[in-house]
Design a protein around this ligand. Structure first.
Ligand code: NAP
Length: 258
């Protein structure tokens, strides 16, 4: 993935978790990286760590739910880095609410961040991506929704499946600009957000994964970097599951058989 060197990359939700891992992989590959999020101390710490390893990185404060924020960030990055080649639309939230307790505001909050936020970041980046010789959009969807379900995540799963529905039409509309759009579908990855779900959740999940561990944020970052590379230039509108085999077993027996 030598083609990533010197590319200008924006990672939404890059201040922690999977986004921080994605930003780290791009920085390692020689890209110039903008980490986007709302939390300034987290953003500053992430950028400091990347710069400490000799990378070009900046933090831009922005809320993906605000179209104006996204337009401002794209303008800043275009001015700092001379354009935008790669957008990683990764910011997302996953609060748990059972169907019977689901309020309109709980539903709307998840949709506003995970789906509308994805749209606003893509719309704002498009003028810059169109100018790139190899514009790329990579979405962070999930196995939850497109492939699996989990109690408490009906709204979340709907947004993550919705991202893929959006992607398939976007791929057609963006092809004329030579922009590709693809999605990674992470399984369970050890992040700050997942740590907040508790040790019992993490232990149960690790047991349900054939590789018997959660993924690392870097492992998601490498999959994203591949889809963003020029080497992946003929792939668009596709999904890449990165889940340690979690979605494979037909039964518990299949999972534990020697
Ligand atoms: P996380 O540790 O909670 O981090 C979430 C990131 O999103 C933070 O950087 C946060 O930044 C940012 N964010 C949230 N709302 C935002 C907003 N309105 N505007 C801008 N940034 C916002 O979560 P994660 O586990 O890394 O998840 C990242 C993505 O991966 C999500 O889309 C999630 O659905 C997906 N995913 C995660 C897993 C997993 O196992 N971890 C599995 C499948 C899919 P600020 O706090 O600075 O705003």
């Amino acid at each position: 993935m030598k083609s990533i060197r010197n590319k200008s990359v924006i990672v939404t939700g890059g201040t922690k978790g999977i986004g921080k891992g994605i930003a780290g992989v791009f920085a390692e590959l020689g890209a110039r990286v903008c980490v986007l999020g709302r939390n300034e101390p987290d953003g500053a710490a992430t950028v400091k760590a990347l710069q400490g390893r000799g990378s070009t990185a900046i933090f831009c404060r922005g809320d993906v739910k605000e179209q104006g924020d996204m337009e401002e960030v794209m303008a800043t990055v275009a001015a700092e880095f001379g354009g935008v080649d790669i957008l990683c639309a990764n910011a997302g939230i996953f609060p748990t609410v059972k169907l019977e307790e689901m309020s309109e505001s709980a539903w709307d909050d998840v949709f506003a961040t995970n789906l509308k936020g994805m749209l606003f970041s893509i719309k704002a980046a498009l003028p810059q991506l169109k100018k790139s010789a190899a514009g790329r959009i990579v979405l962070t969807s999930s196995i939850t929704g497109p492939l699996t379900g989990y109690p408490g995540w009906s709204h979340y799963g709907a947004t993550k499946a919705g991202m893929l529905g959006f992607m398939r039409t976007a791929a057609l509309e963006l092809a004329r600009f030579k922009i590709t759009i693809n999605a990674v579908l992470p399984g369970n990855v050890l992040t700050e957000g997942v740590s907040d779900l508790g040790q019992a959740y993490i232990k149960t999940m690790a047991a349900a994964i054939p590789l018997k561990r959660l993924g690392t944020v870097q492992e998601i970052g490498y999959a994203v970097a591949f889809l963003a590379s020029e080497e992946a230039g003929f792939i668009t509108g596709q999904t890449l599951v990165v889940d340690g085999g979690q979605t494979l077993p037909e039964s518990l027996q299949a999972l534990d058989s020697e």
